[in-house]
Write a protein that binds this ligand. Structure first.
Ligand code: SF4
Length: 293
C-alpha cells in the first residue's frame, strides 16, 4: 500500500500563528488562558492543557484577571469583550488572524464612513460575532435569500444609504457572489470588499486532486472541526471510501485492502499528528498478511 499526502493540508497560516503564540506564552510564567478552545482539535487542546493553559468561557469571565494572560483566538473577538478583559486586569496576547483583523479594520472604517454593512456569514460563528463588534449596525446574511430580504427591507425605508458587503473569511466565492448579486438588485452601488481567505479552498482543491489518485482517503482532524468534516464530505461525494481519523485508533482495520491511500487534514490539524497517522498507515500496510494486531 502506498500513502500519498495532499499537496496542501493541515494548519492554515492563522491557526499555526495562534498555536505558536500559545506555546510561546506558556513558557512565560503566570496564569494563561485561551478564550474558548484555541482550535477544534482534541490533540492540541490536551497539549495546551498540559502546558498549563486553561480555557475561559466568555459568559463566565472571572471578576479579577490581574496578572493573567488571555490569548485571543484566530477568529478574533469584539472590542467590547477586549475591553471587558482589560478592565479585569488581563494582558491580551492577540492571535487574531491578520486576515480576520483586516476585515475588522475594514468593518470599522466603513461604519465610520457612514456605510451600512451587509456581513455574509454564519451569525453564530465566532469570527462573525467578532466582526459585528466593529460594525454594530451590520446586517448579517447567511445566504442569498436572507440577503434579498434584508436588502429589500433596507431599501424600502426610502433613505439614500451607502452600502458595503463584507464576508466571513471562509465563505465560498460562489455563495459570496450570489449574496452580492441579490443586494445589488436594490443597491447597485454596493461596495464589495474581498475578505475571502483561500486557505480552506486550497485544502479542498488539493483533496479533490488527491481523490483522483487514491483508492481511499484518510482525513486527519478533530470531529468537532467544521472544515475537517467538510473535507470528509468532499471525499465521500467523490465516492471514495473515506474516514475522519482523530487518533491512530480510528484507522480502519481493513485499510490495507486499498493499494493507494490519500492523506489530507483539516486546517486545525497539527503537523505532528499528521505525521503520526501517516507513519501508522505505513506500518499498518507493512504488517504481514493475516496480522490483525
Ligand atoms: S482560514 Fe484563513 S482567515 Fe481563517 S485563520 Fe486560517 S488563514 Fe486566517
Amino acid at each position: 500500500m502506498q500513502v500519498i499526502r495532499a499537496s496542501v493540508l493541515g494548519f492554515c497560516m492563522g491557526v499555526r500563528r495562534a498555536v505558536e503564540l500559545a506555546y510561546r506564552e506558556a513558557g512565560g510564567g503566570g496564569k494563561i488562558y485561551t478564550l474558548g478552545s484555541l482550535i477544534h482539535n482534541p490533540y492540541v487542546s490536551v497539549s495546551l492543557r498540559n502546558q498549563g493553559i486553561g480555557i475561559l468561557k466568555e459568559e463566565e469571565l472571572p471578576p479579577d484577571l490581574q496578572g493573567a494572560t488571555v490569548i485571543i483566538r484566530a477568529h478574533g473577538i469584539t472590542p467590547a469583550l477586549e475591553g471587558a478583559l482589560v478592565r479585569r486586569g488581563a494582558r491580551l496576547a492577540d492571535a487574531t488572524c491578520p486576515k480576520v483583523k483586516s476585515g475588522q479594520m475594514k468593518a470599522r472604517a466603513l461604519t465610520e464612513g457612514g456605510y451600512r454593512i451587509f456581513l455574509a456569514g454564519e451569525a453564530q460563528h465566532g469570527e462573525v460575532i467578532g466582526l459585528c463588534g466593529y460594525a454594530p449596525d451590520c446586517l448579517v446574511v447567511g445566504n442569498p435569500w436572507e440577503a434579498k430580504a434584508q436588502a429589500e427591507k433596507l431599501s424600502s425605508q426610502g433613505r439614500k444609504v451607502k452600502t458595503a458587503l463584507l464576508g466571513q473569511t471562509t465563505i465560498s466565492s460562489e455563495e459570496y457572489q450570489s449574496i452580492a448579486a441579490e443586494i445589488q438588485r436594490y443597491f447597485p452601488d454596493l461596495e464589495i470588499i474581498d475578505t475571502i481567505c483561500q486557505a480552506t479552498k486550497e485544502r479542498q482543491r488539493a483533496l479533490t486532486r488527491l481523490c483522483d489518485a487514491a483508492d481511499a482517503v484518510v482525513i486527519v482532524g478533530g470531529k468537532e472541526s467544521a472544515n475537517t468534516r467538510r473535507l470528509l464530505a468532499i471525499a465521500q461525494a467523490r465516492s471514495k471510501p473515506a474516514w475522519l481519523v482523530e487518533s491512530v485508533g480510528d484507522i480502519p482495520a481493513d485499510i490495507d485492502a486499498y493499494s493507494t491511500v490519500g492523506l489530507s487534514a483539516g486546517a486545525s490539524t497539527p503537523d505532528n499528528l499528521i505525521t503520526l497517522i501517516e507513519r501508522a498507515l505505513i506500518s499498518h500496510c507493512e504488517r504481514p498478511v493475516g496480522d490483525t494486531g
